[in-house]
Write a new protein. Sequence first.
Length: 118
Amino acid sequence: QVQLVESGGGLVQPGGSLRLSCAASGSALSINIMGWYRQAPGMQRELVAIITNGDRTVYAESVKGRFAISRDNAKNTVYVQMNSLKPEDTAVYYCLVKTGALNQYEYWGQGTQVTVSS
């Protein structure tokens, strides 16, 4: 079992920045993929960014050039630095972790609210 604790959400003005963190804990932890998804009201959950244990990254087109995902394997923590935030970035952001030889085990964080508004 893996537990995820997210932090860093909040209210920010358009053009501002936020950094989200997600720390994973659990026994025999061997994490392959870490990432972030988001869900705005009335919308489906969508990919923000993911990073593999080889540091390969994938970003949603809407955040490319503005967001940067990184991970600290020693701390089992994934980060997303969000710059030049827009009102349309407002959503609940969820951390995702995948483990297992085939990434068959999937764990989600509780979500953290990001609101971009003046």
